[in-house]
Design a protein around this ligand. Structure first.
Ligand code: IVH
Length: 606
């Protein structure tokens, strides 16, 4: 059974070609979990059930690397790449031929993973290059890192990355929870891997691309190319767009090709890494104190352009938050026309010192929304941004609560808020209503057919078919997708409701603790705080949400529409400490803090 699950893990996480649905996969894992519960003596560290993460730790343990994890020298243009090639030829024997293994340079965080007796034994971040941090429980939650391999002892080095879609979703989730956005996929990868609580890593969709195969700190194969093929054979994810280049001209062509095609990739890349293919030649070339002489990173130029801020407007989000947006004189940034850039909030405007009329530097990275990097030149006539007193969409009052970065439209019936709520509700990973995108949501709200999320469930196929760009066929599909969303589990529904600070993760904890939407809706702030990770701020927000009559009506209508309100409760061994919250500080004479935490939790405390 474990082999079968491993096979599906490999198909899904490494080959991106699943053969079964997520639900079928979950069923297999649950069955294995039940078997292991009945026979705990059969649990092994490489069982697919052991990816869950486990309890948080108190700190990271430092680990020395088997050989230094150094950085690479950069080439910033074609000329510098050809200089590098000339240097290499000067160092090798006269006329000696060599090839380049060219790989895409993924923008992530490097990680060394050690296998002993064929089982994942330790994962270590790069750190300062000679010593890194042990993040083994975190790394185990990454599906594309095999828990076991068909080899006794080896070390794999590679890059932990976020794909663009997961990165965007993570930032949206953080918006919901009013947490600061991650600036780029690399920061997000670091912030997800270097955390003491591995369940956080597990909740993020990280991936691992491998590029080095070592034995005792030295290359395991005679060439880089063979190593990449061996890694793939061992079940690791290896970038499929690698190329063996016979000379620098081929390498330059590869760099140009991927600079032009980088937006087509699901991952953010910031360049190309070229390595002299043969290890024997690599060792003759050797290393400087900082980097190998046998490899170079060709860095793509940043996609930045200067343009004029014609105006600063506002956009109304689903929580009513008003986001200032820079309206730009349209400019081509690396092949894409950019005419708007989000400014996030008033604090960000202050930080940038930006006003309408200024010339700014805008940057685009992959799918990520363009951002203003800085003001290049202040306009001769500039106009400071003033947050409007009334919502530009509905005229409702705008309020900025104390201690909050965002100003909000307080009209809960604001059509702009409703449109955004529908989009969030229908989003992938929330209620998964495929086909319900921006164009349709706008029409449904503008036509008056949908005045609340609950109205989605009473739409007929005919009503949907009357919308623009909707044939009978697509209308039937959307109708079926709306219908199917009634089955989404409670944590997703909780996320979908758009309660401030309640995203997917908090939704899961609430469902696990209360098991039922009605119990959450009627719980007091103190009772809510008994759920994992729910503090006073989140509890207050949930209470506030369910106290609003409008939201209570929404819940009643969703009940009538038979959405999923119940959830399988996690079993507790005892509840002697239920409802009590403990703070552990300092040194405990007989227990570690982790042990004490575990015992409190086992007894139902928090
Ligand atoms: S080789 C000594 N290969 O880029 C060899 N690095 O600027 C160093 N990176 O620290 C690594 N993709 O985090 C290598 N295919 C690739 C890579 C890659 C991304 C990162 C890695 C490294 C940094 C060097």
């Amino acid at each position: 059974m474990r082999d079968e699950i491993r096979r599906h893990e490999h198909l899904y996480y490494v080959l991106d070609a699943p053969q079964i649905t997520d639900a079928e996969y979950d069923r297999l894992v649950r069955e294995l979990q039940q078997l292991e519960e009945q026979h705990p003596e059969l649990i092994t560290p490489d069982s697919p059930t052991q990816r869950v993460g486990g309890a948080p730790r108190e700190g990271f343990v430092k680990v020395a690397h088997s050989s230094p994890m150094l950085s690479l020298d950069n080439a910033l243009n074609e000329g510098e790449l050809r200089d590098f090639d000339r240097r290499v030829r000067g160092l090798l024997r006269e006329g000696e031929s060599f090839a380049y293994a060219a790989e895409l340079k993924l923008d992530g965080l490097s990680l060394a993973v050690h296998y002993r007796d064929g089982v994942l034994a330790q994962a270590v971040t790069r750190g300062d290059g000679s010593t890194g941090e042990d993040v083994t429980p975190n790394a185990k939650t990454i599906g594309s890192i095999p828990l076991r391999v068909a080899a006794q002892r080896l070390e794999v080095r590679g890059e932990v990355v976020f794909n663009k879609a997961s990165f965007e979703r993570l930032n949206q989730e953080r918006d919901t929870q009013q947490l600061p956005r991650f600036a780029n996929p690399r920061n997000a990868a670091a912030g997800s891997l270097r955390v003491l609580d591995p369940t956080i890593t597990a909740s993020r969709r990280l991936e691992y691309f491998s590029y080095f195969l070592l034995e005792n700190g030295a290359p395991a194969k005679a060439s880089q190319w063979e190593a990449l093929e061996a890694l793939q054979e061992l079940g690791f994810k290896v970038n499929p767009h690698r190329r063996l280049c016979a000379d620098v001209d081929e390498l330059v062509a590869y760099c140009k090709e991927w600079e032009a095609k980088r937006d087509e990739l699901p991952f953010e890349i910031d360049g190309v890494v070229a390595k002299i293919d043969l290890v024997e030649q690599q060792s003759r070339l050797g290393w400087t104190a900082k980097a190998p002489r046998w490899a170079i990173a060709f860095k793509f130029p940043p996609r930045q352009e200067e343009t004029l801020v014609e105006d600063i407007g506002v956009n109304v989000g689903r929580t009513g938050a008003l986001t200032p947006v820079a309206m730009l004189k349209p400019v081509n940034v690396g092949g894409v026309m950019v005419s708007r850039a989000t400014l996030h909030n008033e604090d960000e405007i202050g930080r940038l010192g930006i006003q309408a009329g200024d010339t700014v530097l805008v940057e685009r990275s992959g799918d990520v929304i363009p951002k203003v990097v800085r003001v290049v030149k202040q306009g001769e006539t500039r106009r400071p941004f003033v947050m409007p007193l009334h919502c530009p969409e509905c005229g409702g009052s705008i309020v900025r609560a104390e201690g909050e970065a965002a100003s909000r439209c307080i009209n809960t019936n604001c059509p702009a808020r409703l449109k955004e709520s529908i989009l969030h509700f229908a989003a992938r990973g929330v209620m998964d209503i495929d086909g319900l995108g921006e164009v349709l949501a706008d029409q449904l709200v503008d036509s008056g057919l949908v005045k609340s999320i609950a109205d989605l469930y009473s739409l007929s196929k005919e009503q949907l078919a009357q919308m623009e760009r909707m044939g009978d066929k697509s209308a039937a599909k959307v109708h079926a997708n709306i219908d199917a969303s009634r089955q989404r589990p409670l944590p997703r529904l909780l996320n979908g409701l758009g309660i401030p600070f309640v995203g997917e993760r908090t939704g899961q904890f609430l469902a696990d603790h209360f098991g039922d939407l009605d119990r959450i809706a009627t719980a007091s702030e103190a009772e809510l705080q008994a759920a994992e990770e729910v503090g006073p701020k989140i509890a207050k927000s949930i209470r506030g949400f369910f106290e609003e009559q409008r939201n209570r009506d929404l819940i009643e209508r969703l009940r009538v529409e038979r959405l999923t309100f119940t959830h399988q409760l996690k079993e507790k061994t005892s509840a002697a400490l239920a409802g009590l919250t403990f703070v552990l500080t300092g040194t405990l004479p007989t227990l570690s803090r982790d042990e004490a935490k575990q015992r409190i939790e086992d007894a139902g405390g928090k």
